[in-house]
Design a protein around this ligand. Structure first.
Ligand SMILES: *Cc1c(COP(=O)(O)O)cnc(C)c1O
Length: 460
């Protein structure tokens, strides 16, 4: 008999956090108070929190021990030098600017590299990244392959760049109008889909031809490396650490939200190989974040980040991390719930337009589904559709092709039994899907509206 070898977590529990179990009546009250926006729920009222994988990881005993080694000097903290050393060794980038989180790095980088009227091509937008590009007068252009916009398409590297789309943009605007190409590894908005080493290498050759930089949104680079190891033959016997380094070497600099891959609750950085950009960034960080040796972080935060980065590129860690996401995806498919395929790195993305085909996009199918799942089980998810996409600078709504509900899995936090509860809740809502009606938006903030918008249910 062939007995398969299951993956399991390469850690055990030493402390637990007790959760509040709510009743349907309590959840109804909480959802109404939150204006049907899961971002506005109190986390106390949430049972399993899949809002985001950002800042929600469980730190290791080593990271907690590192917190006690915080050197809280205003300038020149030893934790900064430790972090700098680890970043250089793990990712290969020359110069480091710590920031309070990813968007702090995006703000500084956009201010330095983008001029009014510039074009920034990227493999699908990310909310904060694109907003910072637009705030300094740049225009984002999507150059991801068409397959990425089709939730059914099973292309193994849906994060790839369509090089023809990029070359057309270069010819149309001229290379001097393109300060850099913005490349995300494990593309968040496409469902945590990877870019291949082959594609990144070809992109490097093309951008070299026109002397255009590649800036890497490396928030989930280790998860991307896992898919390269699994799906690109030449990388089968390479370690995650080797692949991560190779990815970074193909790019000129990076912005990082350490709240994801790097297993910390707060932190980020800008890393760059170009001395002149670094000098300017080191100056600007003082204006927006803090001195260049802490960038809005405590010494202890930098220490936890340095240790987290080291743990994040361990093969066993990534295998269990993505194994858990895949397990949830398989359970969802068992219940016939339409999900984005292939299963991505940091969560399961349910195709809300297929789940609720009778609700028009302007009545927010994914936002509606988030509310229904919470009411059913206290599981909190996040909309990634028309609400997240927001409005164009002209005021019109962006109408994204993908109308998704994200079940994001925090790292090292939940068990396999939790995954079962989540899939069962989605299945229960799926059973009565035809009775579900959409919503209207009753309050819309100006920037990144998905965080604070409020909704009302139709005919209820
Ligand atoms: C989270 C995230 C960011 C922004 O980082 P913050 O730490 O939340 O400011 C940027 N890019 C991607 C792909 C992200 O997932």
């Amino acid at each position: 008999m062939y007995i398969k070898r299951s993956w399991a977590e390469p850690y055990k529990m030493k402390m637990v956090e007790l959760l509040k179990m709510t009743t349907p009546k309590q959840r109804k009250k909480a959802m109404e108070a939150a204006g049907y926006n899961t971002f506005l729920l109190r986390s106390e009222d949430v049972y399993i929190d899949l809002l985001t994988d950002s800042g929600t990881s469980a730190m290791s005993d080593h990271q907690w021990a590192g917190m006690m080694l915080g050197d809280e000097a205003y300038a020149g903290s030893r934790n900064f030098y430790h972090l700098e050393e680890i970043v250089k060794k793990t990712y290969g980038y020359q110069y480091l600017i710590p920031t309070h989180q990813g968007r702090g790095a995006e703000n500084i980088l956009s201010k330095i590299l983008i001029k009014e009227g510039d074009i920034i091509p990227g493999n699908m937008y990310f909310t904060t990244t694109r907003l910072h590009q637009e705030l300094v007068g740049g225009k984002f252009e999507d150059i991801i392959i068409d397959e990425a916009h089709d939730p059914e398409n099973e292309h193994p590297f849906k994060g790839n760049v369509d090089l023809n789309k990029l070359e057309r943009l270069i010819h149309k605007h001229g290379p001097e109008k393109i300060p850099y190409v913005s490349i995300a590894t494990s593309v968040n908005m496409a469902g945590g889909q990877p870019i291949s080493m082959e594609n990144l290498t070809a992109l490097r050759a093309l951008t070299n031809k026109y002397s255009i930089r590649i800036i890497h949104d490396m928030t989930r680079v280790a998860e991307n490396a896992y898919f390269i190891q699994q799906r690109e033959k030449a990388y089968k016997n390479k370690t995650i650490a080797q692949i991560v380094l190779e990815i970074c070497k193909l790019t000129d600099g990076a912005t990082m939200s350490a709240k994801k891959d790097a297993l910390v609750n707060i932190g980020g950085f800008l890393a760059i190989n170009d001395w002149e950009v670094f000098e300017e960034a080191r100056n600007l960080v003082v204006v927006y974040e803090g001195l260049h040796t802490y960038g809005g972080l405590a010494g202890r935060d930098m220490e936890a980040m340095a240790i987290g980065i080291r743990e994040s590129v361990q093969d066993n860690h990534i295998k269990a991390r993505i194994g858990q996401v895949e397990y949830l995806g398989q359970q969802m498919q068992f219940f016939n719930i339409p999900i984005v395929k292939p299963i991505g790195g940091h969560g399961i993305f349910v195709n809300a337009s297929k789940f609720l085909p009778h609700i028009p996009q302007t009545n927010f199918p994914a936002q509606t589904l988030a509310a229904e799942i919470y009411l059913d089980s206290g599981v909190r998810t996040m909309e990634r559709g028309i609400v997240s996409a927001g409005r164009k600078p002209s005021g019109e709504n962006y109408l994204p092709k993908l109308e998704l509900l994200r079940f994001t899995i925090p790292r090292r936090v939940y068990t396999q039994a939790h995954m079962d509860v989540i899939a069962e809740s989605a299945a229960r809502v799926y059973e009565h899907r035809k009775k579900i009606k959409g919503m209207t938006m009753v309050y819309e903030p100006k920037y990144l509206r998905f965080f604070q918008a409020r909704f009302d249910r139709l005919n209820s």
